[in-house]
Design a protein around this ligand. Structure first.
Ligand code: HEC
Ligand code: HEC
Length: 504
């Protein structure tokens, strides 16, 4: 409500101040000065933003046999302990490669096929502590994965997606190569969701076992051998693996968790969505962006000392991330990540270094328009809220809780006794913001002190929305990545719907 009101106020202001009608829109470029183009071109060149972020990378097509197998695996509930969750439950192509929720609901959803707002478990409170990041453009990451960067390419070679050196994972521990990580960051990551109780495993499957035992059991389930024999009533996985790997071998040889992770990783890495209006502009089409989008881009890329917003201090490069972790004090809501009082210490959880408390990995911003809600706990619903936060974290979180905090988020609407759901959220957020302000005061932080007018903030929002590849909003364009009945290998394919039963 509040945001809508804001939006209309601004629209009117813009309309008056440009002495144009409200129909003034992205298609009218008469208000753009050539000097604006030249200034932005200069920033683009200086910051190495020419070229396409996927260029020169070794990324598969969705039509490759391994990516096709990966799609089927990504959509099967057979990889979850109780056969009720799939990867796609939290990473659907029509939900921005994410789930539209602030905090995900994994196991024990009341209606497992329902994705997005309305996906709930019995008590209505999500059990997963962090927001689900997008899997779009996963093949563009060269540094780390997860909000706390706990899965790392040890060499971080540009353009490699982790393929050129070893990878350290939560299994091997920080800075130690995981011999089972597989060839790239995507394969290494695909080993972990199945081991998380709240996401896919639940409490009874391989209770008390090590991660590796969970994976081996799941591989045996799909391969119909050993400990997993007979667990799937319908099971045609062997033929699928033989086809994808072009190998006539038995299930024990072919259906290993390493091969499962490899196929899932190839599916994810085929999701390259980079053809945004911004990309067209970078490629030389000056008509691709509106005046507001150009102003927003210029603010984004200009350093604070030069009157800009300094966003590229951290959201740098063609993928708009430095791959580093920073404390910026986003609200801390939800059950937290295993420390005291539902708190989430972020990077400190991975390193044990308290200096890194409340630092989270800088998200990439391509297609950010379709990946709401935002931040590691999904606390902000709109890009305007996110921009406001970056301008003044202390004021933004005050306003956030004054306006209802998490209870104002779509996911928590109508939840009984909502205000008492997260009794430590305000205090935890205060600690995170204090840490952020301390780092700024000591000039450790890259978050600049800035002030932006309402108009400038909306221009930043307009720029962020120009990072959207139109494909991701188009069901037909996305259909190669969405499994249908013909992809059902074990009668456990998740055909997702929204809360009203409409297929996604
Ligand atoms: C219940 C929801 C849920 C399910 C199911 C789930 N994920 Fe996730 N996924 C998340 C959350 C939450 C995170 C962030 C966790 C963190 O950073 O601590 C995440 C992180 C990721 C990332 C890292 C992205 C990045 O930019 O760092 C990838 C890739 C991913 N998931 C793929 C998968 C795959 C593959 C599966 C199935 C094997 C899967 N997910 C199942 C919720 C889920
Ligand atoms: C100090 C580094 C830094 C600077 C400077 C910075 N950001 Fe961020 N940004 C982050 C981090 C870190 C997060 C994630 C915070 C979290 O999850 O707790 C983030 C989150 C975001 C998100 C949410 C993305 C998502 O997927 O959840 C957007 C949008 C964003 N920033 C835009 C901007 C804009 C616009 C600016 C300039 C006004 C900016 N950022 C400046 C570090 C930075």
């Amino acid at each position: 409500m509040r945001v809508l009101k804001f939006a209309s106020t601004v629209l009117i202001t813009v309309g008056v101040s440009t002495s144009a009608t409200l129909a003034w829109s992205q298609t009218d470029h008469s208000t753009i000065d050539v000097a604006d183009h030249i200034a932005l071109d200069k920033l683009i060149d200086e910051q190495g933003l020419r070229g396409n972020p996927a260029e020169g990378r070794d990324l598969p097509s969705i039509n490759d046999p391994l990516a096709q197998l990966g799609k089927k695996l990504f959509f099967t509930k057979g990889l979850s302990g109780d056969k009720d969750v799939a990867c796609v439950s939290c990473h659907h192509p029509m939900l921005g490669g994410s789930d539209e929720l602030s905090l995900p609901v994994g196991v024990n959803a009341k209606r497992p096929e329902v994705l997005g707002v309305g996906r709930v478990d019995e008590d209505g409170l999500p059990d997963v502590p962090r927001n689900s990041p997008t899997v779009f453009n996963l093949g563009l990451w060269d540094t780390t994965l997860f909000w706390d960067s706990r899965l790392e390419s040890m060499g971080q070679e540009p353009g490699q997606n982790g393929a050129a050196s070893s990878i350290s994972t939560p299994d091997s521990g920080l800075g130690v190569a995981d011999p089972l990580a597989g060839p790239n960051l995507a394969t290494a990551q695909a080993r972990f969701p199945v081991t998380s109780q709240a996401e896919m495993r639940d409490t009874t499957f391989e209770a008390g076992s090590r991660n590796e035992a969970v994976r081996q059991h799941l591989a045996a389930r799909l391969g119909d051998y050993g400990i997993g024999e007979g667990e799937l009533a319908v099971n045609n996985w062997l033929a699928e693996f033989q086809k994808a790997f072009n190998l006539v071998a038995d299930a024990q040889t072919l259906i290993t968790y390493e091969n499962i992770a490899l196929a899932i990783g190839e599916y994810e890495r085929s999701m390259v969505f980079v053809n945004s209006p911004w990309q067209q502009y970078v490629d030389g089409n000056r008509n691709a962006l509106s005046a507001d989008e150009i102003a927003g881009a210029t603010l984004f890329l200009t350093r604070a000392e030069m009157g800009g917003a300094g966003c590229a201090n951290c959201h740098s490069g063609t993928f708009f991330t430095d791959g580093e972790t920073h404390a910026i004090g986003f609200p801390q809501i939800g059950v937290g990540k295993g420390v005291v009082n539902d708190d989430d210490f972020g990077r400190e959880m991975a390193t044990g270094n308290s200096e890194e408390r409340y630092r989270f990995r800088t998200p990439g911003l391509l297609n950010v328009e379709v990946t709401k809600p935002y931040g590691h706990a999904g606390a902000y619903q709109t890009l305007k809220d996110v921009v406001d936060h970056h301008v003044n974290p202390t004021e933004a979180v005050k306003a956030y809780f004054a306006k209802g905090g998490w209870c104002a988020l779509p996911q928590f609407e109508g939840l009984a006794d909502c205000e008492n759901a997260y009794p430590h959220a305000v205090e935890n957020t205060k600690l995170a913001v204090e840490k952020t302000e301390l780092e700024r005061a000591f000039a450790i932080s890259k978050l600049p002190y800035i002030w932006l007018s309402e108009k400038e903030r909306w221009q930043l929002v307009a720029f962020l929305e120009a990072l959207t590849d139109p494909c991701v909003k188009d069901r037909t364009c996305m259909s190669p990545w969405i499994a249908d009945e013909s992809d059902d290998v074990d009668n456990l394919l998740l055909i997702a719907t929204d809360v009203n039963g409409t297929p996604l």
